[in-house]
Ligand binder design. Structure first.
Ligand code: GDP
Ligand code: IMO
Ligand code: MG
Length: 436
């Protein structure tokens, strides 16, 4: 227990909105100094972009500490893994001269081809109540985990066990696809068995008891950086259900998703994009449509990292951020893409909803209410366009050197949600960042 109480060993990076807030960038920003960087939920529905010296890396499963030598990357048991994606991601990184020091939990569940087929079928079936999934098999793999016939990464290393479990899971999924959805499912059990054993063989050097290793590392006083995927409104319990993903995206998930009962202080950094984007289907009270939306989408390059879909855009919604702070126990905020808002004369920020004639400041749990929620805005002054040289100067000069309307925007957010903005991101590059 030696060093445990002396410093903040655990830092969590968590999304406060609908994902794509810039968690990858912020994780990379802090990852150089830590011992472990850990993904603890979600799967390759996530797309985290890092930019360092004009080199862009798009990661779906490998944690965003991989560009540094020091930290060990861990994919925890709360993550669901498409082994094919993982193998491709590892080899893509190797081709670019990075050799991931990676560990994968033997307890993490495997996304199987029938999960992807099922995801497609389910989205059609759910119609207006769908979330517009990334079609990566996320809901079906988490469902199989809860049914308790899921396949885990460790199973891919034990052929007899894998065959026994796969036989049951394959039959279940094939019958649903064919009998419930009336679709054909052509892949044979034998082909899947052979293909996935080969994935196990290729990944066997990484698959291990990460929970125990992380526990021991924590006990020795090592530092752990937790990288969340998705964001508050996609949380399966606290988000806009059923328009969510299928995991808990809030910071509480670090315990079960990394598999360690952490205690002591934690730094929980909520990542907030300075405006709002949503890829997929759900009510979106502060959504902007038309030309203004196109302008913001283009300026922010708001196209999905995973699916390439154009992201819906809107005004910053502090009702949502407030909920994230409450549920995740966020201790500070990282405000990203502030540069993108430059050049707009006025900026609107949603601070409450009008629901059935009443002003509501907390996110409702009722689907009916969120469908009827109308945004109530505070309007703030914008600031002039800024160029790369100005951004460089601001990053050198710190918070005080920022345009006063930008400072006011940041201070307004802090005051409204009662949480300090300690990190300001003014561009995708690692060094386009201000610490306060
Ligand atoms: P994540 O899923 O939360 O990691 O976010 P994504 O990587 O999907 O989307 C964020 C996008 O914005 C990426 O393309 C980043 O390179 C980019 N980005 C991150 N921070 C900033 C910023 O402060 N300014 C600008 N202009 N781009 C940023
Ligand atoms: P990162 O980590 C943005 C959305 C999908 C869909 C819903 C359910 O990059 O922030 P799923 O495939 O999980 O069943 O889809 O969740 N979604 C994301 N949106 N960023 C993400 O991850 C997302 N992961 C899932 O668009 O609405
Ligand atoms: Mg993303």
């Amino acid at each position: 227990m030696s060093n445990k109480q002396q410093r903040t060993q655990i830092t969590v990076i968590v999304g406060t909105q609908w994902g794509d807030e810039g968690k990858g960038k912020i994780t990379d920003f802090f990852a150089g100094d830590v011992d472990y960087v850990i993904r603890y939920q979600g799967g390759d529905n996530a797309g985290h972009t890092l930019k360092v010296n004009d080199e862009v890396y798009k990661l779906h499963l490998v944690p965003s500490g991989v560009l540094y030598e020091k930290p060990i990357s861990v994919i925890g048991c709360g993550v669901v893994i498409n082994p094919q994606t993982l193998i491709e991601e590892i080899s893509g990184l190797k081709e670019r001269g990075k050799s991931p020091r990676l560990m994968v939990s033997e307890r993490a569940h495997v996304i199987m081809p029938y999960h992807i087929a099922m995801d497609e079928a389910l989205t059609g079936h759910q119609g207006k109540l769908a979330a517009g999934s990334t079609k990566r098999g996320i809901a079906p793999v988490y469902a199989d985990k809860m049914y308790r016939h899921g396949i885990r990464m460790g199973d891919l290393l034990e052929p007899a066990i894998f065959e026994e479990k796969l036989t049951r899971a394959y039959q279940f999924n094939k019958e649903i696809i064919e009998k419930v959805f009336n679709l054909r499912y052509e892949l044979s059990l034998e082909d899947i068995y052979t293909e996935y054993l080969s994935y196990g063989d290729q990944l066997k050097g990484y698959i291990t008891d990460t929970e125990l290793i992380l526990y021991r590392a924590y006990d020795e006083g090592k530092t752990l950086l937790m990288e969340g995927a998705q964001g508050m409104s996609l949380d399966v319990d606290h988000g806009l259900y059923p328009h969510t993903t299928s995991s808990n995206t809030n910071a509480g998930q670090i315990f079960s998703g990394a598999g360690v009962g952490f205690h002591g202080d934690r730094r929980i950094i909520g990542v907030v994009k300075a405006y709002l984007t949503r890829v997929g289907i759900s009510p979106f009270p502060s959504e902007i449509l038309g030309k203004e939306a196109d302008l913001l989408r283009e300026k922010g390059n708001e196209y999905g990292t995973t699916t390439g879909r154009p992201r819906r855009v809107g005004h910053l919604d502090l009702v949502q951020v407030q909920q994230a702070i409450r549920v995740s126990g966020i201790t500070e905020l990282a405000l990203t893409k502030v540069d993108v808002l430059s050049g707009f004369k006025k900026l609107q920020v949603c601070t409450s909803y009008d629901i059935d004639g009443e002003t509501v400041t907390e996110m409702p749990g009722s689907l009916g209410k969120i469908r009827r929620a109308k945004p109530e805005y505070t309007t703030l002054d914008g600031w002039e366009e800024i160029d790369e040289t100005q951004i460089e100067n601001f990053c050198e000069g710190g918070f005080d050197s920022l345009p006063s309307a930008m400072k006011d925007y940041i201070l307004f957010i802090e005051t409204e949600v009662n949480c300090l903005v300690t990190i300001i991101s003014l561009g995708p590059e690692r060094n386009q960042t201000i610490l306060r």
